[in-house]
Design a protein around this ligand. Structure first.
Ligand code: ATP
Ligand code: FE
Length: 339
């Protein structure tokens, strides 16, 4: 079974072909235009999707070594995301499915981040049910209990900013380009994580809060820069390492709480921030230290990609769970909602 997946929820246009649960191609067109503005500009994002979608889909089909007539179904991101961006992928997927007379499958982007763990990849282990997934991305920070492919329950989540935003906003304070998460990660590798201390937020056992941390970092930097105008340049690596250390400590604390509460020791991470080298390293250590079994996605399936949409489409295809052509994009969609 060949499934074409299409992802256009934010600023990346992506298309992927999978054969059963194996990825044949995964093409991602990044929209560099937004870095100039320090964040995603929705209107520019939808225009860029409009330009990218045809060549990206064509490339994905070509790289898979098939033709569109070989496709069994088309899966697309219905939400959550930016409405203008979602509409491009949704309309395109509908038209192509209609034209080819094959099933159309709508996918929940947040479920897809989690279900990327079910991509078959050289014997990489897949999580057994139930497992806990820490979903950490640009718009979400959630601890999800995954009972089945399409049975997910949010046990805790952020009450303000997402962890990706915490990375990106901290980076902005330091004068780093958008998206700053990967840059903080890069500088942190050369710095001392204990150089500066930031206060961890106090919220419910499984909930998160990052806006106070961001303000704390802002005040700290402003104060230091008043004393020494070159403070950021002289200490960039240490500052990044300390910020990253604090954020990852917060994430690990919450995961420990989740294990304590549920007794589940199969722990996965998903979403763009799961590309972070520190959280990946800490999770690996947790296997030894706490006896957890951990599931860390392959790098290319962390940030937005269509392979995760295609695998989710495949799992729905197996259930004959198709959507009607009248389906519409949905900017807000909970991970527990089956699109
Ligand atoms: P959502 O999935 O919640 O709708 P999104 O799709 O915009 O949001 P993703 O593409 O999953 O988000 O993740 C993007 C985020 O991941 C950005 O905030 C980015 O800074 C962050 N990120 C990517 N790589 C790293 C890294 N190595 N370290 C820290 N953060 C990272
Ligand atoms: Fe995402």
């Amino acid at each position: 079974v060949y499934i074409l997946g299409i992802e256009s929820s934010c600023d990346d246009t992506s298309a992927s072909v999978i054969c059963n649960n194996k990825v044949q191609s995964n093409v991602v067109a990044n929209q560099v235009i937004h870095s100039k503005y320090g964040g995603v500009v929705p209107e520019l994002a939808s225009r860029a999707h409009q330009q990218n979608i045809v060549p990206v889909v064509q490339q994905a089909i070509e790289q898979a070594g098939i033709t569109k007539e070989n496709l069994s179904a088309i899966a697309f991101t219905r939400g959550p995301g930016l409405m203008g961006s979602l509409l491009v992928g949704t309309s395109f997927a509908k038209s192509l499915a209609l034209g080819l007379q094959i099933p159309l499958i709508d996918v929940n982007h947040m479920q897809a981040h989690i279900l990327s763990h079910f991509i078959e990849d050289d014997g990489k282990k897949m999580p057994p049910f139930p497992f806990i997934c820490l979903t950490i991305s640009g718009g979400h920070t959630q601890i999800v209990k995954v009972t089945n492919h399409f049975e997910m329950e949010v046990l805790g989540e952020t009450i303000d900013d997402a962890v990706g935003e915490a990375f990106d906003k901290s980076a902005k304070i330091l004068g780093l380009k958008y998206p700053g998460g990967p840059l903080i990660d890069k500088h942190a590798k050369l710095g001392n994580p204990k150089a500066f201390q930031f206060t961890k937020p106090k919220v419910g056992d499984l909930d998160f809060s990052f806006s106070g941390l961001k303000t704390g970092i802002l005040y700290f930097i402003q104060k230091q820069v008043r004393i020494n105008p070159n403070f950021i340049e002289e200490n960039l690596n240490d500052i990044c390492a300390s910020i990253q250390y604090t954020i990852v400590e917060i994430l690990m604390d919450k995961l420990k709480n989740a294990v304590k509460q549920t007794g589940i020791k199969h722990i996965a991470i998903a979403g763009g921030v799961s590309a972070n080298s520190e959280i990946r390293a800490r999770l690996q250590l947790a296997e030894k230290h706490f006896g957890w079994t951990t599931y860390i996605p392959k790098f290319e399936y962390t940030t937005d990609n269509a392979a995760m949409i295609a695998i989710t489409g495949y799992l729905k295809y197996l259930n004959n769970d198709y959507s009607d052509v009248s389906v519409t994009a949905k900017a807000r969609l909970k991970v527990s909602e089956n699109a």
